[in-house]
Design a protein around this ligand. Structure first.
Ligand code: TXA
Ligand code: MG
Length: 314
């Protein structure tokens, strides 16, 4: 990654254009968060419904301050521990944040990505950058620039900095008077967060639900099923397996192993790349994925697998 590429991307952001860029989680499709016309282009390109708000990416805490209605000391505590990193915090927004970014909500989701290219881009652009994952709405998230090209070639620029290191989207939390609620699971887990602020275990009411959290997401273009005792009996001659433990590998036409060491973190790093590879493989008609134990990072992995399976489950 040369700094001239980042300069070029930053100039485009300043000019109100849309730029795909790497974060540690997945590639984002970014625009100046404070320019409503630029943000509108993200929704257009991504074919994203206007009710689904965007996350705003920042490079430092001074930038954060301008986006928020009020200061909350808990945010500083969380930032100390988890930023830069894959944690998005939903907070009451200031007037500076355009309504189109938050889909008209009084809150904004903010995070500081742990990726030097992303941080440099935000700094040189001199504005916070609103960005969803750089995939068409409902489709597989991108962990490589080529995944972005496949779905969003129309972006004004794609900053290529190789494969992302975390692999799945940030954990999203909302702060309540009691503590935090989790709106989307990721590699930063409830246990990690509870070391900093208390978990609010009261049930999530309607206005707390993340509006973009639909049952179907991350969806490959061909059949996708989570391995279970019933579907394991299906014919595997045209089937591929996304394998975690290795115990189901035999009989499948193709196998992509996502972890050598049975580590769910590696499943996260490789899950979307495996989906993209198998979706593009003409010899594969049906994709199976091995489930993992639903604890820690496994909760987020199973969330992705279930949403990917949703449209294909009979
Ligand atoms: O890791 C990530 O979070 C990636 C990278 C690019 O930063 N971004 C990402 O954005 O996953 P996206 O747009 O694919 O998912 C963000 C989700 C939205 O679907 C929405 O449900 C939720 O964040 N969200 C954003 N702002 C919100 C708000 N004010 N209140 C509730 N949910 C919000
Ligand atoms: Mg997304």
């Amino acid at each position: 990654m040369s700094s001239s590429n980042i300069d070029k991307a930053a100039q485009l952001i300043k000019d109100g254009k849309v730029v795909a860029f790497p974060t540690e989680t997945v590639y984002g499709l970014g625009a100046n968060a404070l320019n409503p016309e630029a943000v509108a282009k993200i929704f257009e390109l991504k074919e994203r419904p206007s009710f689904d708000p965007l996350i705003v990416h920042i490079a430092d805490l001074a930038q954060l301050k301008t986006l928020l209605k009020e200061q909350d000391i808990r945010v500083n505590k969380l930032a100390d521990k988890f930023w830069p990193g894959p944690l998005t915090i939903i907070l009451p927004k200031s007037e500076l944040v355009p309504d189109i970014v938050t889909s008209g909500l009084p809150t904004v989701g903010v995070r500081m990505p742990a990726n030097d290219v992303a941080l440099e881009l935000i700094r040189i652009s001199e504005c916070p950058i609103a960005a969803p994952s750089a995939n068409k709405f409902g489709r597989i998230s991108p962990t490589k620039a080529e995944h972005v090209k496949k779905q969003l070639a129309e972006a004004d620029y794609i900053l290529d900095a190789g494969k992302t290191t975390v692999g799945i989207e940030s954990t999203i939390i909302k702060l309540t008077t009691k503590g935090f609620k989790i709106l989307r699971n990721g590699v930063i887990t409830k246990d990690d967060l509870e070391k900093v602020i208390p978990f609010d275990g009261t049930s999530i009411d309607q206005d707390l639900a993340a509006p973009g959290m639909l049952n179907s997401h991350y969806s490959p273009k061909k059949s996708f099923l989570i391995v279970n005792s019933n579907n394991l009996k299906l014919d595997k001659s045209k089937a591929a397996l996304i394998s975690f433990s290795g115990q189901f590998d035999k009989n499948f036409k193709k196998v992509i192993s996502v972890s050598k060491t049975n580590d769910p973190k590696e499943y996260a790093v490789n899950i979307f790349e495996a989906m993209h590879t198998l979706e593009d493989d003409d010899e594969v008609q049906i994709i199976f994925a091995e489930p993992v134990v639903e604890e820690g990072i496994g909760i987020a992995i199973m969330e992705k697998l279930r949403k990917a399976e949703f449209n294909w489950k009979k």
